[in-house]
Design a protein around this ligand. Structure first.
Ligand code: SF4
Ligand code: SF4
Length: 440
């Protein structure tokens, strides 16, 4: 049963007014080289199928999946493979990448039109999604064909379209819902073909009443799809919170959504499924919101994957003031970046340029035991205590007190009057434990 919300959460400044009314603007002619990191998804890196000096066309596969949990990569311009070498990505790491020199001809392969969706077998649908290089575009980058292949597909009751876009400043999903709602609904219908017993839910936060209205109108005669308006609250789009708000089912960190009979995909991912299955087009573009008070003309760009971030800043009019902080993604869960000379990947949702970096100016003081971090924590843990355990490297106590249930949403750090960097400490401990578990 839908609850329409979840326990905890916060209401940060939304910042969406800067770009929400800006229609998607294609940025079709990148000036510099296009860079394609081979790891832009969770799982094994893709393996190059081109060599230095090769000439490639738009839509040509340049790297194939390196395993089942992996994803192929396609050229988004025509040109010459200039190098296959490590290049810096948003995390600051150097990742093996294919670099293509754009010949500015924009020549494309001929895409073959798949069979009509109605006659496609389930395996064929999954294969088109896999071959289309579709991954979770909300940030995680988990290969979508894996997500859509649970052990017991008959036990999936709900396919949830995550239309909440709860992170402040981000407006790419909002614009997609306004401009391409048919593709979203049709993409969801395609996923439903894989799960005979499931219902589709378009889960939208109630701060987007226009989207709720458009989607309700489009689905009014669709028996298997409904639109749910959720209470606006961060982190409504986090998988566990979304599942609870829409179905009343709870999952913990050791469960997958499929264990609760759910499959969750975000807006851009579902539209990419539509493009791959209906049109036979691999994932080559994505919407990137370039925004923040330092940007002259905040905008939602449709970019070719591989485009350099710095070009997008220039195209958005450049800086009107010096940014203290630049974030790839939203302010709550994104990555702070120190170099904008990095490529947009399948998971790049936004570039946020802010003149004030609250975190670096905050003076951390002692905990005053106010309990606010506990009140806002959607993971139902005690952040103040977990941060202490993390700082003291007390792994046993951290795990015993359910530290792994933290979803790294940042609500505790946001609310803490003592400005303690709670999330950062908890996150480091979680990462260490996860890496350890993976090794074992
Ligand atoms: S402990 Fe984790 S889940 Fe809880 S508020 Fe902090 S970051 Fe969010
Ligand atoms: S919000 Fe900050 S000050 Fe209040 S209990 Fe939590 S850690 Fe302590």
């Amino acid at each position: 049963m839908a609850r329409f919300t979840f326990r905890g959460g916060i209401h940060p400044y939304e910042g969406k007014e800067l770009s929400k009314d800006k229609p998607i603007r294609p940025y079709e002619e990148p000036k510099g080289d296009l860079v394609y990191p081979l790891s832009q998804h969770i799982g094994a890196p893709a393996s190059p199928v081109v060599e230095k000096g090769d000439h490639v066309l738009i839509g040509q596969k340049i790297a194939e999946a390196g395993g089942f949990v992996s994803s192929p990569i396609y050229a988004t311009v025509s040109g010459t493979v200039k190098a296959i070498e490590p290049r810096r990505v948003i995390t600051g790491d150097n990742v093996m990448s294919i670099v293509i020199e754009n010949d500015k001809e924009y020549e494309s392969v001929e895409f073959s039109q798949p069979k009509a969706v109605e006659v496609l077998l389930k395996e064929e649908i999954i294969n088109l999604i896999k071959e289309g290089g579709v991954v979770g575009m909300g940030g995680a980058g988990f290969p979508t064909h894996v997500k859509l292949s649970p052990k017991e597909p008959d036990k999936i009751d709900y396919v949830i379209a995550n239309c909440s876009e709860c992170e402040p400043y981000l407006t790419s999903d909002y614009r997609k819902m306004i401009e391409e709602p048919e593709k979203l609904v049709e993409g969801l219908s395609i996923i439903l073909r894989l799960f005979d017993n499931a219902r589709g839910i378009l889960a939208v936060e109630d701060n987007k009443p226009d989207c709720v209205q458009i989607l309700k109108k489009l689905t009014k005669d669709m028996e298997r799809i409904s639109v749910v308006a959720l209470k606006t609250k961060y982190p409504q789009g986090a998988e566990r919170q979304l599942i609870y708000a829409t179905t009343g089912r709870a999952i913990n960190s050791s469960m997958l959504p499929a264990d609760a009979g759910c499959v969750v995909n975000n807006v851009d991912t579902i539209i990419s499924i539509y493009n791959a299955v209906k049109l036979g087009r691999p994932l080559m573009h994505r919407i990137v919101t370039v925004t923040g008070d330092c940007i002259k003309d905040p905008v939602n760009f449709c970019v070719r994957i591989g485009t350099n971030y710095a070009e997008l800043i220039e195209e958005a009019g450049g800086f009107v003031k010096e940014p203290e902080k630049i974030v790839s993604g939203g302010p709550m869960m994104g990555f702070a970046i120190f170099d904008t000379n990095v490529p947009c990947t399948k998971t790049s949702s936004a570039l946020l340029c802010l003149s004030h970096d609250e975190v670096s100016h905050a003076n951390e003081t002692a905990c005053i035991n106010c309990g606010r971090c506990v009140e806002v924590c959607p993971g139902r843990v005690v952040p103040s205590r977990l941060a202490d355990y993390a700082q003291n490297k007390n792994r046993e106590a951290f795990e015993a007190n359910n530290g792994m249930e933290c979803c790294e949403c940042g609500c505790c750090s946001y609310i803490c009057p003592a400005k303690r960097q709670l999330t950062q400490s908890i996150k480091s401990m979680r990462r260490m434990i996860l890496a350890d578990r993976k090794k074992k």
